[in-house]
Each structure stands twice: as structure tokens, then as C-alpha cells.
Design a protein around this ligand. Structure first.
Ligand SMILES: [Zn+2]
Length: 478
């Protein structure tokens, strides 16, 4: 009897605890939290917009090494602390800064006509009285490279190639070599100066600046971008059989003992704080606009995505989510390893931790919608990739056909050192209408597109950071 009663009591106790378990909902899955983050961002979060609006309004253009860039970094660090990020600090590194001066260009023969030009970043000034020479037109950089030594003595080389508009921005990669390598190729053949049709897809009378590459520690000749209509004008004059002479003027200068800085902020992981998923973008910008789409929006997107993860009511992720706002990206010299810029400076300062950087990506193609996700080859066919695809497809993001090999100028040094990369590919078909021009201003930012970017970043980064997935090593075949 007593036994029966105690059995009955035990049974009742078990039943009631089962009831309690049934009443308590199971913890949400990673996928459910990713969907929640995605939808929260799409619902109109304010941080990304407020961030890019305040950054571009308070500091305007932020050339590497300038006072504006330093102040923007201090502001960003203070904002990140106020938002609740941990380990917020500024890492300073030395650079030689380039300062645009006064510049102008004109056709002087056959008749006087003004040109709209912009000196290319890192290029030296002209003599104080300017320089003048006959223009030699090359359809492409390859044609310039065919010119014999000495054939350009006393003349000005002009590469007239047009950038091709594409969704993935591949046209930029093809066209930008003329800007990077053209000045040195022209100088080798005796040219006084180098000009090119702006690397851009618009036909506005606005030149697109951009950096050019150091060879033997310098840019050899003054170098300029022409607005596309001005490039057309010179080509048409030449086609009429005229010898075209132009005059160029620039007071560009260098500041040898300048510095730039990276801003670092963490959402510390709850299980593996030493394992880092890194989100990069750059705080510096060109000097003519206010660096809204290049790359104010990138810094806004990654900060807002990380903040949504930081504020999750359920749990912070297993791994650390790190935001790095890089300095001195625009004047980066990728072909000169060790040359100081934000990406190399971060590598140098974090060498010992790189083996524990599990994944890295960068947002630096403006604010148009993300349409595709490239993951590291090791996880392309994994359950992780399937889950991510389920979360991102409803917002228009499909798996890329190829694995990510690069992520962006700032994170590529670490990617080349073995850190796996992802790329949330944005529609780049309009980006190069504005990129590196005075037209890169806040009014070009579309809030809905900005939120779609934040949604994609927040969902993907959460899934990667709360996982134990090894993005380096291919999973064994099953
Ligand atoms: Zn950029």
C-alpha cells in the first residue's frame, strides 16, 4: 500500500515536471535567430542611416592622414563604446599622406578649351608654372605598353579606354590597371605626364580620382583623370586630324610624418572569445565628395549588423564578432607589400591572433542591394551553406557560383595569409557612376537598400559566429 502510494506520488511528480517542460518553449535555433535578425533589420533599424549621416555630415571628406580622418576615428570609437561594444580602441600607424592642391587642365591647341580634371592620388605636382605637351592617344594600357622607349619624350600620354558597366563590378578591375600602372609606363617612355579617361561608368563632367601605384618608391610623373566628356572631346579633335596640346597644373603635396588609424570593437564570444569573425570597412575617403557610398555606408552596415547581434535578447554568439573600421584604404598600395595602410597595419598588429580569425568579410561597394553570397570553398557544399541560403534567399541573396577568394582591399592581406573570406556581393552596376567623384554624397544613399545590406550581414555573421564550423578545412566527404 505504502509502495503503491509512493509510486503514485512519483508518477504525479514526473507528470507535472513534464508539464512544466512542455510549458517552457524550446530555445530558438540559430536559424530562427538569424531570421529574427534579418527581419529586424528590414523593419527599418535606424543605426546604419544615423551612422552614415552623422559621419559624412560632421567630418565631410576623410582623406588618409587628414585631421578629418583622425576626428572621424575618434568619433567612431566613442560611438562604438556608447553602443556597448567591448575592447573598443584605436590602433595608429604611420603613413605618408597625399594632399590634393589646386589643379586645372585645358586644351591649348588647336584652340583654347577648358578641361575638367582631377589629379590621381599619390601623383606629384606639376612644375609651378604647369606643364604643356602634345597628347598621344592610346586606346588601352596595353597599347601604351607597346610604345617604344623614348617615343613619348616631351609629350603627354593619354589612355582613352572606357570602363564596362557590369553588375559585379568586374569592369572596374579591368579598367583600373590603366590608372594604377599608366603613370609609370608613360614615364618609362619619356612622357611629361599621364592622363586617362576617368575609371567610371557615367558621362557626367566630373572626373573620378583614385590612387596610382608607387614604382621605386614614387609616382614618376604628374597624373590626372579627365571627365569622360573631356576625354571624348580630345579623341574627336584628334580624329579631325588636329594635333592636340594640353596644359596641366597641380600643386599636390606629401606629408611625410602623417598617421592614420584603425578602429576596433568587439562583441565578445560567449564560448570561444579568442575566435574572431571579422567585419571590415574603411573610414577614410577621397577628398572631393563626403565619402558616403565609399565607404561611409560600409562602416554603417557592419556596425549596425554587429549591434543587432550585440543586442540579441536570447544570447551572444559563441565566437567574437569584431568590427574593424580601417584607415588609409584609398591610398593603399597592394602591389607594395608592407606599405603602410590599414589592412597591413592590422595584420602586423594581430599576427599572433590570425590563426584564430575564423572568417572575414568587407563591405565596400556602396549601398546597392546584396544579390549574392560567396562563402569559403571549404563550406560551399555544407549544411551551413544550406542554412544560410534558406535565410538569405527571401531577401534576394543567392549563393554565388564561385567560392570567395577575396573580400576587399582591407581584409585581403589577411585572406592571403590564410584567413577564410566571405563576400556579400552588392549590385555594382550604378556604383561606378559616383565612385571617387565629388558626387559621392549622402543623398545617394537609399535607406531601404542600406537596411537590406544590414539584414544580410547580421544574419550571415550571426550564423557563422554562433557555429563551430571550420571555414578553413574542407569537410570530409560523406
Ligand atoms: Zn572603398
Amino acid at each position: 500500500m505504502r509502495v503503491t502510494l509512493s509510486l503514485l506520488l512519483m508518477t504525479l511528480a514526473l507528470l507535472s515536471s513534464a508539464d512544466a517542460r512542455r510549458a517552457e518553449p524550446p530555445p530558438p535555433t540559430d536559424e530562427q535567430i538569424a531570421v529574427q535578425l534579418r527581419d529586424e533589420a528590414l523593419g527599418g533599424e535606424d543605426l546604419a542611416w544615423d551612422w552614415v549621416s552623422e559621419l559624412t555630415t560632421r567630418f565631410g571628406p576623410r582623406p588618409a592622414g587628414s585631421d578629418n580622418e583622425h576626428r572621424a576615428a575618434e568619433w567612431a570609437a566613442a560611438r562604438l563604446k556608447a553602443l556597448g561594444f567591448a575592447n573598443v580602441h584605436v590602433e595608429t600607424f604611420p603613413i605618408t599622406a597625399w594632399v590634393r592642391g589646386v589643379e586645372s587642365g585645358e586644351i591649348v591647341a588647336p584652340v583654347l578649351q577648358p578641361l575638367v580634371v582631377a589629379a590621381l592620388g599619390e601623383s606629384p605636382p606639376t612644375p609651378p608654372a604647369g606643364l604643356e605637351g602634345e597628347v598621344v592617344i592610346f586606346p588601352t594600357l596595353a597599347d601604351l605598353k607597346q610604345a617604344p622607349p623614348g617615343s613619348l619624350t616631351g609629350r603627354i600620354a593619354f589612355v582613352a579606354a572606357r570602363m564596362v558597366r557590369t553588375q559585379d563590378g568586374a569592369g572596374y578591375g579591368a579598367a583600373v590597371e590603366a590608372r594604377s600602372d599608366g603613370p609609370a609606363e608613360a614615364a618609362r617612355r619619356g612622357a611629361l605626364a599621364f592622363v586617362l579617361r576617368s575609371v567610371g561608368t557615367d558621362s557626367n563632367r566630373l572626373p573620378h580620382t583614385g590612387t596610382t601605384v608607387y614604382v621605386d618608391g614614387r609616382v614618376a610623373v604628374p597624373a590626372f583623370a579627365l571627365s569622360s566628356p573631356d576625354a571624348d572631346q580630345i579623341e574627336r579633335l584628334a580624329a579631325l586630324g588636329e594635333k592636340v596640346r594640353i596644359r596641366l597644373y597641380s600643386t599636390a603635396s606629401y606629408v611625410k610624418d602623417a598617421h592614420s588609424q584603425n578602429v576596433v570593437a568587439d562583441v565578445p564570444g560567449r564560448v570561444h572569445p579568442d575566435e574572431v569573425v571579422l567585419l571590415g570597412a574603411h573610414l577614410d575617403s577621397w577628398d572631393q565628395g563626403t565619402g558616403a557610398i565609399d565607404d561611409g555606408t560600409g562602416t554603417a552596415i557592419i556596425t549596425a549588423a554587429a549591434k543587432l547581434i550585440l543586442d540579441l535578447p536570447q544570447r551572444v554568439p559563441r565566437r567574437t564578432v569584431r568590427v574593424v573600421l580601417y584607415g588609409s584604404e584609398e591610398v593603399a598600395q597592394p602591389l607594395a607589400p608592407g606599405f603602410a595602410f590599414g589592412g597591413h597595419a592590422y595584420m602586423d598588429g594581430h599576427k599572433a591572433e590570425l590563426a584564430r580569425h575564423v572568417l572575414a568579410g568587407e563591405s565596400d561597394l556602396g549601398t546597392d542591394r546584396v544579390y549574392s553570397l560567396a562563402l569559403p570553398a571549404a563550406v560551399e557544399k555544407s549544411a551551413f551553406a544550406t542554412t544560410v541560403a534558406r535565410v538569405l534567399e527571401p531577401i534576394g541573396v543567392l549563393p554565388a557560383r564561385e567560392a570567395a577568394r577575396h573580400a576587399g582591399t582591407d581584409v585581403d592581406p589577411m585572406v592571403e595569409a590564410g584567413v577564410p573570406a566571405f563576400a556579400l556581393l552588392q549590385d555594382g552596376s550604378q556604383y561606378f557612376d559616383i565612385h571617387h567623384t565629388a558626387n559621392d554624397t549622402l543623398d545617394k544613399v537609399d535607406r531601404e537598400q542600406l537596411d537590406q545590406n544590414v539584414a544580410a550581414w547580421a544574419a550571415l555573421v550571426w550564423l557563422a559566429a554562433d557555429s563551430e564550423v571550420d571555414f578553413r578545412t574542407p569537410a570530409t566527404a560523406h
